[in-house]
Design a binder for this molecule. Structure first.
Ligand code: URA
Length: 246
């Protein structure tokens, strides 16, 4: 936490010592006296909670610009670039993954690494693509997080919460007939649940009014070939939901 000069002077006057970085091992938590706590304005957070305007009212260009300039969590410090999403803005199927990896961070497009190749093959198997062919065959692909977590670590809850309005607005603008959540993070954050993926797949959920099917993340399938058959079942379920909403 960083303190202003005024706060520092007031605290020093109270005999309270501040440690900006790592405090010595045996310090005790210091309770601010009530009067002082009132007198000292709360420190300004280094990361603004939402300096991004009214995301829920943005059109595509405004949303793209807001994502590109977002500094709402610490991932903005380590990303090379934001990864907005790719595909048709009128897609019938919208795919939601977890977060950009190393290749995505470099290229600015979701799912371009090995997992992306598998995703493209899975899509092709049900007659869909990420960018070529007739518009009704194209999907839109986005991630839960728009920035790469360092060393591809799991997204943390603050990052997920700060990024969620972007994904919500993307879904509102695409208005897909079906959402396909790939992997635990996408499924759990869209459905606001902590149920494991094994219990979420195999049925049709709803994100607001939009049907949502859950499947395994392609990166997981690259490591766990035995679950590819289950992922195929999920794709067939997705294809049949799409068919019913022609
Ligand atoms: N994994 C994801 O979830 N998204 C990407 O864009 C790449 C890998």
């Amino acid at each position: 936490m960083r303190w202003s000069e005024r706060q520092r002077e007031m605290l020093a006057a109270m005999g309270v010592r501040l440690f900006e970085s790592s405090p010595p091992a045996a310090t005790h938590a210091v309770e601010l006296p009530a009067a002082l706590a009132e007198a000292v304005p709360a420190p300004t957070p280094t990361v603004p909670t939402d300096a991004r305007g009214d995301i829920g009212a943005m059109d595509w260009p405004a949303l793209r610009a807001a994502v590109a300039g977002c500094r709402a969590c610490g991932l903005c410090e380590s990303r090379k670039q934001t990864v907005f999403g790719v595909g048709s803005e009128q897609a019938r199927l919208m795919i939601v993954g977890e977060a950009p990896g190393e290749q995505e961070d470099v290229q600015g497009e979701p799912f371009v690494g090995q997992a992306g190749k598998l995703l493209d093959n899975m899509l092709r198997a049900i007659g869909l693509t990420r960018g070529e062919g007739p518009p009704e065959r194209q999907v839109f692909i986005a991630n839960t997080l728009k920035c790469r977590p360092p060393r591809n670590r799991n997204p943390d809850p603050t990052e997920t919460a700060r990024c969620a309005p972007f994904l919500s607005r993307q879904i509102e603008l695409v208005r897909p007939r079906l959402l396909l959540a790939m992997g635990r993070f996408a499924a759990q954050s869209l459905l606001a649940t902590d149920e494991p993926i094994g219990r979420l797949r195999g049925r049709v959920h709803r994100w607001r009014d939009t049907p949502l099917v859950v499947t395994y993340h392609p990166a997981y399938l690259l490591r766990t070939l035995a679950d590819k058959a289950r992922a195929w079942d999920d794709l067939c379920l997705a294809a049949s939901v799409l068919e019913q909403t022609q």
